[in-house]
Design a protein around this ligand. Structure first.
Ligand SMILES: Cc1ncc(COP(=O)(O)O)c(C=O)c1O
Length: 664
């Protein structure tokens, strides 16, 4: 249970309106003034917050559908990216002005958080006026950074383990006049850096990652602390200083770096780590190095659940508080040590890109436990247990509700055992289960509004919830949810002017039982189900998974060969009637493309199928014309999107458990 700043203000469903939707999904909490619900009941984004226009997300979805783009669909709001870059830079500027800090801020964007070229381009462009740079954590990222980086006043910070080629690329950057700083992770890397600097005739700019005693908090704690896999401990730090001096390169040490982990939820962790790192900075300066930069790494968190707490999916601080604490603590330590204030570098990635993209998925069916509301009546041929459970249902009253639940559970269990040994017929079993789920619903309803709801009834409510089948793969699009249980805000992007009448979990289309979302954001705790609307046959029901712009894009995998999803890049434009336009479409992977990644050659596949159709023609199982059509269909299949093609307007098949027993 978490303590929250805001009270839950869920409105009763009878007076449902758009405000009720905003409060039910806590949009004001996680939306950070970028997201809201408009009067039409659709999710709306304001990429520049108050400073610009708004975009109805359903309109973008409809436009994508009109252009025959496949779903799931990632929508990137490029202006929002720009806004985040400005917000981070201005927060540091404002903190420095307020405290009289005597140096400047030189942030960098860590490419690992979202490597898409268009994303990096937008960030570099927006960051130009602030001399905002890039951070690379690998050779490929550095190769991309060198090409993209143009402003010689901004930094390229090179993190991660490095080999010869990585270091040579960094030296190339120096030759081009760029401020490339090689952050060494271990002492051998420093020796190699010095060797390659001599070989290439380049005077390197060197940084050192210190292994702090302070550990992070949240899900990514192992990046920091004494057992971290990166960074130099104090003994190695002194050894590095001596090595540089011995080589006549003491002046090349420019930066002290640390990183305590991503998504740090608690500001006290940041304060502690910053003070410790500032102390290292000051002491190293006093050892005779002309340092100039203190790099506080990433970790600036994002409030995914909007609770403003130190819960893993939240942060108990704002961007401004973070900037204030970084600036003030560095200043305080440096002043006390009598060392000039360093330029401050930060590598916050999530805080720049998380908000800018939304994943839209189609919910196209639901599995409902209590779909069969029709009254069940007994028959002579029924097993005795049918009469028993019907009697329990008849006798259900408010004062015997838990006893009835226990009796019904016993009957259901007994029925299962008898069925397993062949002593219960199918119709009787169907009747018992139907009555059981009806009773379960009645018992849950009898607990509604009570101050105390027993755990077993809460569990019953969860198991009564529907499973909404959604056209996407958790493994491709929400890997951190599957792997680490990270929560993302999820809500329908339309129909929000009407009250959600169901509760559900989401299941994806992979053949994996882990392919589901059954944990949702909540102000108090973690919700097991999400309020949703009944899916109407023939109409698409779209759900938005928000704040997926950090890490999810690149870390997704090809489970079941569901490939990269299609994306559209949207820009605000007051000259357009809609106020926005789609600037770019990046088509998702085709079946042929994902097969090629696993060594299936398209031509070879065609050849193998052709051999089979030829054989079928020869043995008269196929007419030549039909065989040619089949072949053409197979070939066309290779060019299709890997996800389901669900056409709006066509009635959607809705598989329901209870519907299997219609005539009871
Ligand atoms: C060295 C380094 N810098 C920056 C980051 C970005 O962190 P975040 O996205 O949490 O700001 C990471 C990610 O873990 C990292 O390892």
């Amino acid at each position: 249970m978490r303590l929250t700043l805001a009270a839950v203000t869920e409105k009763p469903k009878t007076d449902w309106d758009v405000e009720a939707a905003i409060s039910t999904y806590n949009v004001d909490g996680w939306g950070s003034d970028y997201f809201t619900v408009n009067a039409a009941g659709n999710a709306e984004v304001r990429p520049l917050q108050e400073g610009g226009g708004s975009i109805d997300i359903l309109e973008v979805v409809n436009e994508a559908r009109a252009r025959r783009l496949g779903f799931p669909l990632v929508i990137r709001f490029q202006d929002l990216l720009r806004h985040r870059v400005e917000a981070v830079n201005r927060a540091f500027q404002s903190a420095m002005t307020e405290f009289g800090y005597r140096n400047h801020y030189r942030g960098v964007f860590p490419i690992k958080v979202n490597q898409l070229r268009e994303v990096i381009e937008e960030i570099v462009d927006a960051g130009q006026e602030f001399h905002f740079g890039l951070e690379a954590g690998s050779k490929p990222e550095l190769i991309a950074a060198l090409a993209m980086h143009k402003d010689l006043e901004s930094l390229i910070v090179c993190n991660g383990y490095k080999d010869r080629a990585y270091l040579r690329s960094a030296m190339l950057g120096r030759r081009l006049g760029k401020s490339v700083i090689i952050v060494v992770e271990k002492i051998e890397e420093l020796q190699q850096t010095i060797r390659i600097a001599r070989e290439t005739g380049v005077e390197p700019h060197i940084g050192i990652r210190v292994r702090l005693h302070s550990k992070g908090s949240g899900k990514w704690t192992t990046s920091g602390g004494e057992d971290a896999k990166f960074g130099l401990d104090t003994a190695n730090l002194v050894a590095a200083s001596e090595l540089l001096k011995a080589e006549g390169l003491a002046h090349c040490l420019k930066l002290v770096h640390f990183h305590v982990g991503s998504q740090v939820p608690d500001i006290s962790t940041i304060k502690r780590a910053v003070r410790e790192a500032a102390r290292y900075y000051a002491k190293l300066s006093k050892l005779g190095h002309e340092l100039g930069y203190l790099d506080v790494g990433g970790g600036l968190g994002v409030d995914y659940d909007g609770s403003r707490t130190s819960f893993d999916s939240s942060t108990n601080y704002t961007l401004q508080e973070y900037a204030n604490d970084v600036v003030w603590n560095i200043m305080d330590v440096c002043d006390s040590e009598g060392v000039p204030h360093p330029a401050i570098v930060s590598e916050g990635g999530r805080a720049i890109v998380a908000h800018h993209s939304v994943l839209v998925v189609e919910a196209f069916g639901s599995i409902e436990k209590n779909a069969n509301a029709a009254k069940v009546s007994g028959a002579e041929a029924d097993h005795k247990l049918v009469a028993d459970i019907l009697e329990a249902q008849q006798k259900l009253r408010r004062n015997n509700r838990r006893e009835t639940l226990h009796d019904a559970q016993q009957i259901k269990e007994e029925a299962q055992q008898l069925f397993s040994v062949g002593l219960l017929d199918l119709v009787s079993k169907a009747k018992i289960e139907s009555v059981y789920w009806q009773l379960a619903q009645q018992i849950v309803t009898l607990h509604k509004g009570l101050r105390y709801v027993p755990e077993e009834v809460k569990e019953l409510e969860t198991s009564l919830s529907d499973q909404y089948i959604c056209n996407f793969s958790v493994f491709q699009s929400l890997l951190d949810h599957w792997a680490l249980g990270q929560l993302f805000p999820i809500m329908p992007i339309h129909r929000l002017d009407t009250a959600p009448d169901r509760n559900g979990t989401l299941v994806d289309i992979t053949c994996d039982s882990d392919g589901k979302i059954s944990k949702f954001i909540d102000l108090q705790d973690v919700r097991e189900t999400l309020p949703l609307h009944q899916i109407t046959n023939g109409e698409m029901y779209y759900l938005g998974v928000f704040m997926v712009g950090a890490y999810q894009d690149i870390m997704g995998d090809l489970h079941n060969l569901f490939g990269r999803v299609t994306e559209v890049h949207v820009f605000l434009d007051p000259d357009e009637e809609s106020g926005w336009y789609i600037e770019e479409i990046i088509e998702g992977s085709t079946i042929g493309q994902v097969l090629a990644l696993t060594q299936w050659d398209k031509i070879e596949l065609m050849r193998l199928v052709k051999l089979q159709t030829d054989a079928a023609i020869k043995s008269d199982r196929l007419k030549p014309n039909d065989a040619m059509k089949l072949l053409a269909d197979y070939e066309r299949g290779l060019t299709e999107y890997t996800y389901l093609s669900l056409d709006e307007g066509q009635p959607v098949a809705v598989p329901r458990n209870g519907a299997a027993v219609p005539a009871l």
